[in-house]
Structure formats: C-alpha cells, structure tokens
Design a protein around this ligand. Structure first.
Ligand code: NAG
Ligand code: NAG
Ligand code: NAG
Ligand code: NAG
Ligand code: NAG
Length: 230
C-alpha cells in the first residue's frame, strides 16, 4: 500500500516530466518489447482476438487493451472498450479495434504507431442509425510518453500516455516476447467496409441493451480503479 502511494505520486508527476526526458535512461527497467495487457489480461494481441482477413473479432469475456512490440520495430494493438456519453448515459458505444504496423520511440520520449492499411474496428452504438458496423482503421497514433515500473507482485508494468496526456490503463507484461499475427499485410483493402450481417451473427454472444452494458461498464471501472491502486 505504501509502495502503491509512491507509484501514484510518481505517476501524477509523469506527463509533464516525460516530454523532456531521454527515454533510454528513463525507461530501462525492461525493454518495451514483449506483450502487455491491462486489467484481467483477457485481451491479448495475436491469434485469438482478431481475424484481419475477414474482418471479424473473437469477443474477449471482458474489456481491456493489449500492446505488443518487437525489438525490430513492429507493434500490434488489440482493444475492446466502452465509451460512455455524459449527455446520453444510455448511449454507450462498444469498440473492438485491431491494428499493427511499425512503431518508433521518438527522441522526445513519445511513441508513434504507424499502422498498415489492414487495421479495422467494429463499432456498436445502440443509439446510432447504424448500430453496428465495421470499418478500416488506419490512424497514426501518438503517445506522449511511457514508463516501465517493476511491480512487486506483477513484475514489469507499462504505463503509456495518450497524446492529450490521458493514461492508458496500466499494462502488465504477459509475455516477454511479442505475441502477434504475422507482421505483413493481412488483407488487401481499398474501400471502407460495412458489414451489417454482423449484428445478426453476434446477436447470441453479446446483448447491447443499456442495462447489460451499464453493469459491464461498472465492472470495467472497478477493474480499472483496482489496477490503479495495486
Ligand atoms: C474468419 O476467419 C477466422 C480465422 O480464419 C475463422 O475462424 C472464422 O470462422 C471466419 N469467420 C467468418 C465469418 O468467415
Ligand atoms: C453523445 O451523444 C450525442 C448525441 O448522439 C453526440 O452528438 C455526441 O457526440 C456524443 N458524445 C460522445 C462523447 O460520444
Ligand atoms: C514528439 O515527437 C513526435 C515525433 O517526432 C512528434 O510527432 C510530436 O509532436 C513531438 N511532441 C512534442 C510535444 O514535441
Ligand atoms: C493509410 O494512411 C496512410 C497515411 O495517412 C496513407 O498514406 C494510406 O494511403 C492509407 N491507406 C489506406 C488503404 O487508406
Ligand atoms: C494482396 O494483393 C496482392 C496483389 O494482388 C497479392 O499478391 C497479395 O497476396 C494480397 N495479400 C493478401 C493478404 O490478400
């Protein structure tokens, strides 16, 4: 608990200091290479999460986020999350997202993820006219900083900060090597794809009624809070 408070204090100070930090000195508890997963570690990159060839996902049992990095510059991201909407509390959007490509550790301590064009995401929004669709995901992602702590119970723990400073949930190292789909283009795509048949296909495995989603989200927040204080 005492250590946890120290980490919390250290974390609070991070976003402002990292911008000027030399990442090679500041982040060498372990290399960033390996496979990292948040919370209950049920969302993990590699086979089992996404099938880029046919743009489908295998639903993890809970939400989470996972990043994998190789020593030679490849990354993969797997995300399953809910986005709340303050003005319309019942309109919680679920997003499954997968992409891979090349990453760079920049001199100012930031990380850039440059995806190949085979990334994709499934968006489920009970309040939108199009309540369930799949689209290409081809956005460069910039993270303003990162830091790897050694956690007494969980081992290496990666903290990364989005471009606006928002922290990603703490990531535990689930493998010391990168668990990834093949590091090559896994689907040829030239247009944005919408597959409405998916709402039917997934109807049995996921209910998007607001009540069900709300209870899942409470669980997620509980997990997120727990991990922050562990
Ligand atoms: C998509 O591809 C995966 C992996 O090859 C396969 O298991 C799954 O059945 C496919 N799904 C559809 C709807 O074609
Ligand atoms: C919340 O819902 C409203 C109405 O659908 C929409 O205009 C707004 O962009 C949503 N906000 C977020 C953060 O998704
Ligand atoms: C840090 O470097 C990256 C890559 O060069 C750049 O995109 C980003 O804007 C820089 N951030 C700051 C705060 O200078
Ligand atoms: C993906 O984005 C990059 C950079 O914005 C662009 O050069 C490329 O054409 C895009 N690819 C596709 C298939 O949209
Ligand atoms: C993409 O298209 C090229 C040229 O037609 C082909 O050689 C390659 O195997 C295709 N890749 C995939 C992943 O389908």
């Amino acid at each position: 608990m005492f250590l946890a408070s120290i980490f919390a204090v250290a974390l609070a100070a991070l976003p402002s200091t990292l911008a000027q930090a030399d990442y090679t000195a500041a982040h060498n508890v372990t290399p960033i290479s390996g496979t990292w997963s948040s919370g209950s570690k049920k969302v993990v990159t590699g086979p089992g999460f996404a099938n880029p060839a046919n743009m489908t996902f295998n639903y993890p049992p809970v939400t989470g986020v996972s990043y994998a990095f190789t020593d030679d510059g490849w990354y993969e991201v797997a995300r399953y999350r809910f986005n709340g909407n303050g003005s319309m509390p019942n309109c919680i959007t679920g997003v499954l997202n997968w992409h891979h490509g090349h990453y760079s550790l920049n001199d100012n301590g930031s990380i850039t993820l440059n995806p190949l064009s085979d990334g994709f995401q499934q968006v489920q929004d009970p309040c939108a006219a199009e309540s369930n669709f799949i689209e290409q995901y081809n956005q460069t992602e910039l993270y303003m900083g990162w830091q790897i702590f050694s956690d007494l119970n969980d081992g290496p723990k990666l903290h990364i900060f989005q471009a606006d400073g928002t922290p990603v949930a703490p990531l535990f190292q689930v493998y010391s090597t990168a668990n990834m789909l093949p590091t090559q283009l896994l689907r040829n795509i030239s247009v944005t794809v919408t597959d409405k048949t998916l709402s039917k296909r997934n109807a049995g495995s996921r209910s998007w009624t607001p009540a069900g989603v709300t209870s899942l989200v409470s669980g997620v927040f509980a997990i997120a809070l727990t991990s922050m204080f562990l």
